[in-house]
Design a protein around this ligand. Structure first.
Ligand SMILES: [Zn+2]
Length: 357
């Protein structure tokens, strides 16, 4: 945790309704629907654990999230595995977030106690998840609070692993979230992938590949996540040109010349500062994670230009016009085919990372 709400973007990121993907909509293979009734985890709602009302109305967003972010609470590794303790923990977190941080409610969407009890964090999170097309705006990861489900795991996992019962519930919850929102197993990340934080601890963070694999075993698909390249001062080429377009999509006014000079470095630093990433002026893991968003048919703007530049670098001959039409979609599909990725015409984080590699 240890985080603040997302600062207001200077310019609204242009995304189309194409990302309001419902249950299973983005998956290439059918979900084992009948199996899910049994696998739906029990989530104790805010009323069950005795929450306070939010200090202002929670905001229900019209779009589904496109990733899950795993946290640890950085609280003691309690040996009280009771539901009563889980409920007390939820009240304690809410009090801390409202009274100390000044948030309207709990920051996270869900919490998993050491005993494996799952509770709702911010009000209406469970209902939104059950619906599968909307999410509640949250406060668990700066830069991601309108696009990512946040799960807090009780404990501190810097030097020890979570308990097996707790981890099993994390798998259950992630698989359910993926099924409801049509996410893939590789779209599960840790808080430190986005912000300058130790969360979710070295040990839990190191378990994320296993978590992706365990979730993929439930919902299908490849869990592999290959990571992002690095771009830094002095670099040149199409990757840098894409970076510049992506920064412009977030309010920078760079000339997309494919040359990583001082102005680009300054823009990267400013973006990292705004998004509470480590500030080093180098575009690496956190920066690409924060810059990339899924792009599909109907999207428009500088981020689409970045995508078109990358597709052209991979052999397409698209006009770089910032408009995601049939030609761009065909280009994404062609690249996905050549890269052995699921072919859906949507440039998600894995397609982005492979394009930029
Ligand atoms: Zn965290």
């Amino acid at each position: 945790m240890n985080d603040l709400p997302t600062p207001r973007p200077r310019r609204r990121t242009v995304l189309s309704g194409a990302f309001a993907l419902g249950a299973g909509a983005v998956l290439g293979t059918a979900l084992p629907g009948s199996a899910w009734a049994a696998a739906t985890p029990v989530i104790s709602g805010c009323a069950a654990w005795g929450s306070r009302p939010p200090s202002a109305p929670v905001k229900l967003l019209a779009t589904a999230p496109h990733k899950i972010i795993v946290h640890h609470t950085a609280t003691p590794n309690s040996t009280d595995y009771s539901q009563a303790h889980a409920f007390a923990l939820s009240r304690s977190i809410q009090d801390s977030h409202m009274d100390e941080k000044g948030w309207i409610d709990s920051g996270q969407h869900f919490t998993i106690s050491r005993g494996g009890w799952i509770t709702e964090g911010r009000h209406s999170s469970a209902a939104a998840l059950a619906g599968g097309t909307q999410q509640v705006e949250s406060a668990h990861c700066t830069g991601q609070n309108t696009v990512a489900v946040g799960i807090e795991n009780e404990g501190t996992y810097s030097t020890v692993d979570p308990l097996s019962a707790q981890y099993a519930k994390l798998v259950d919850l992630c698989a359910y979230i993926c099924a409801q929102y049509g996410l893939r197993a590789y779209q599960i990340f840790g808080h430190r992938d986005f912000n300058n934080t130790e969360c979710p601890g070295d040990r839990l963070y190191a378990m994320l590949p296993q978590l992706r694999a365990d979730v993929a075993a439930r919902i299908g698909g490849s869990p592999s996540w290959s990571g992002w390249p690095v771009a830094r001062l002095g670099d040149t080429g199409e990757r840098v040109r894409s970076l510049q377009h992506l920064l412009n999509s977030r309010g920078s006014t760079l000339t997309a010349d494919g040359s990583f000079g001082p102005a680009t470095e300054s823009a990267v630093r400013a973006f990292q500062t705004t998004n509470r990433a480590g500030v080093d002026g180098v575009a690496g893991n956190q920066t690409w994670h924060q810059l990339s968003a899924p792009l599909g048919r109907g999207a428009a703007g500088d981020a689409v230009k970045a995508l078109q530049v990358q597709l052209n670098a991979r052999g397409q001959a698209l006009v770089v016009d910032g408009s995601f039409g049939s030609g761009t979609e065909a280009g994404v599909r062609a690249f996905q085919t050549s890269a052995a990725l699921p072919v859906d015409g949507v440039a998600d984080a894995r397609t982005w990372s492979r394009l930029l590699a």
